[in-house]
Ligand binder design. Structure first.
Ligand code: ADP
Ligand code: ZN
Length: 612
């Protein structure tokens, strides 16, 4: 007699048996019970908190179909595969499928065989898909990245507006809207569009207490990044650059400085990209230099830092990008190197872009600028953006809080020099020009403006340009001066005038110059002396591997790693692991072959030397 196994309907058992997790994460159980009671929900939880489970698990218990809408197509495909591996009947319906595949899925949906159907937003306006939903017994509509519904969000997708209508056509289906980034205004907009009552919102805290937040002016980027990476050897981290070109240039620069960095951007061959991602995930290349194309769905717990070399696209994007650090709960550092040129570029794009988006984008840019220039607690102000209050004024885990505890030095005189130069040049010029005048530059523009005749001309020789830039950033942060958004010129504020007139002192942080980037001395140290002959042998071996696996040679090993091998002659696996760019995976894949060459070479050398 055929018998069907009664599926365990208990969420705790499903969590263990199907998803393989021992316990629910905070809020998961509460949300799942709520959804199982067939009540709609708006879920706002930070990335990595396990939002998918909040609809995937109920989907196994519901009679009918759960439709999942998400704009992240590649992630959806991964999720579908992962679900299938666990024996969950899930499918992905999109326009790339063949007619036969589509019919197969449609049959599965109608027969109730498929429990979870993932569709891309485009599907929401396609009749074929809409009528399939009509025919299905729809239990639940899950909307991932739900902030895309809102025009106030940073990632508005017009197709998402259709969800309102779809929702009305299926009033009995439970609706679960999920997002990691939604300001109160966006939350309201989502809830309203989807008819979710305000009391059905589950909003987690946005506070990631283990992330140390800081912003510094970008002055000599490579030196600053190298200084940041020093002492963090072996730690994993992501360096975000705004453009592909910058990614390539920085990855190369860091490599020549002896760091194990790999590039990642959408312009690379997908094989290289995947290989680099894999090397980052397994720790063999700890530093990923990437555009924002990198990071979605990356599930690596021990990312110790996220460095922004350029302007984040929006406060939401910034929050999401730094959120990839410190998932293990241990301290992680988030540094944003802030440069004015980025601001000018983004302004240009905003002005060229769609007029309907202009206001929102300007608003978000202004918020980012104010945040960067602020000397308030960064955590407090970032959380306020998400409508979350904090009791303490100071968190102790941001640059501003840390600075508040350190003694300050008297910078009144340099501040007066800088501001008096602003005033003498009639508050019409930007930072670079002001510093040119202070340093007594003979640039044509200065001579034309007759600014070499001013009393402030050349009075700033005691500090380097970098020093003056650091001071300028401090003056901006303390609202002594402000920067005109359109023209970049620096203007005085009332507070600045008080310092300039000598009524108030200006206390701040040291503005002494940064150290220059040099090759590292710890792991990854390569002396200029290395055995050229051995290096060549290792290169030949590397090429053999690269050809065999159709990989770029540098993915097997960097030149810098080979050079290090040819100067440190590792003979054991432990010693081999000490070479920068060598992690457990590379040891396993290549260790034997390379160690054999090194041992043999050393043997030959010994024989030659004793024979000589
Ligand atoms: P989000 O969508 O909120 O960013 P995901 O749903 O992608 O997060 O989950 C992030 C990671 O957490 C996934 O690897 C997932 O398997 C894991 N996860 C989810 N719930 C749990 C749990 N209860 N216990 C352990 N890991 C979990
Ligand atoms: Zn703080």
């Amino acid at each position: 007699m055929p018998h069907s196994i009664v599926p365990p309907q208990d969420p705790q058992r499903l969590l263990q048996d199907v998803f393989g997790h021992a316990q629910f994460r905070p809020m998961q159980r509460e949300i799942i019970d709520h959804v199982l009671a067939r009540r709609s929900a708006l879920v706002v939880l930070s990335t990595g908190s396990g939002k998918s489970l909040c609809y995937q698990l109920p989907a196994l218990i519901f009679d009918g179909l759960t439709v999942v809408v998400s704009p992240l197509i590649s992630l959806m495909q991964d999720q579908v595969e992962a679900l299938r591996e666990r024996g969950v009947p899930a499918a992905f319906y999109n326009s790339t499928l063949s007619g036969a595949e589509r019919m197969d899925i449609a049959r599965g949906v109608r027969a109730g065989r498929i429990k979870l159907l993932y569709i891309a937003p485009e599907g929401l306006v396609q009749n074929r898909i809409l009528s399939l939903l009509e025919e299905a017994n729809l239990s639940c509509i899950a909307i991932d990245e739900a902030h895309c519904i809102s025009q106030w969000g940073h990632d508005f997708r017009p197709e998402y507006r259709e969800l309102g209508a779809i929702r009305r056509r299926h009033p009995d289906a439970v609706c679960v809207a999920l997002t990691a980034t939604a300001t109160p205004r966006v939350q309201e907009d989502i809830a309203q569009t989807l008819g979710i009552a305000p009391e059905n919102a589950f909003v987690g805290s946005f506070d990631r207490e283990n992330l140390f937040l800081s912003v510094e002016p970008r002055i000599r980027m490579n030196d600053q990044i190298a200084a940041f990476l020093r002492g963090r050897e072996g730690q994993s981290g992501i360096v975000y650059c705004p453009t592909r070109k910058q990614v390539d240039a920085l990855a190369e620069k860091l490599t020549t400085l002896g760091f194990s960095a790999l590039p990642y951007h959408a312009g690379m061959e997908s094989e290289d990209r995947q290989a680099n991602q894999a090397a980052f995930l397994d720790g063999s290349a700890p530093i990923m230099v990437a555009t924002v194309a990198f990071g979605m769905g990356i599930d690596k717990e021990d990312v110790r830092f996220v460095l922004h070399a350029g302007l984040p696209k929006s406060p939401e994007a910034y929050y999401q990008e730094i959120g990839r650090a410190g998932r293990d709960g241990k301290r992680a550092d988030c540094l944003w190197l802030f440069g004015y040129s980025d601001v000018d570029m983004i302004l240009h794009f905003i002005q060229e872009g769609a007029p309907s988006e202009r206001e929102g984008r300007l608003e978000r840019l202004n918020w980012l600028l104010n945040w960067a220039y602020s000397s308030d607690c960064r955590r407090k102000t970032l959380l306020e953006y998400y409508g979350e209050g904090r009791e303490q004024e100071r968190c102790g885990m941001c640059d501003n809080c840390a600075a508040a505890e350190k003694p300050q030095i008297d910078l009144t005189i340099p501040a007066q020099k800088f501001m008096s130069c602003i005033v003498r040049t009639k508050q019409l010029f930007g930072e670079a020009y002001i510093i040119d005048v202070l340093k007594g530059s003979a640039k044509q523009k200065i001579l034309n403006n007759k600014h070499h005749e001013l009393s402030v001309y050349g009075i700033g020789s005691e500090f380097s340009r970098a020093g003056w830039q650091v001071l300028s950033f401090q003056l901006l942060k303390r609202r002594m001066i402000k920067r005109d958004l359109q023209h970049g010129s620096l203007k005085m504020t009332n507070a600045g005038w008080e310092v300039l007139k000598g009524n108030e002192p200006f206390m701040g942080r040291s503005i002494l110059p940064l150290p220059k980037a040099k090759a590292p001395q710890i792991k990854g140290a390569v002396s200029a002396e290395y055995d050229k002959e051995l290096f060549e042998k290792l290169r030949v071996k590397r090429k053999e591997f690269a050809d065999k696996k159709s990989l770029s040679a540098f993915i097997v090993f960097y030149d810098s790693s080979l050079r290090e091998m040819a100067s440190r002659f590792p003979q054991t696996e432990e010693a081999f692991l000490e070479i920068s760019g060598v992690g457990p995976t590379k040891l396993e894949q290549y260790g034997d072959a390379f160690l054999q060459i090194i041992r043999q070479h050393c043997q030959e050398r010994r024989e030659n030397e004793s024979g000589a």
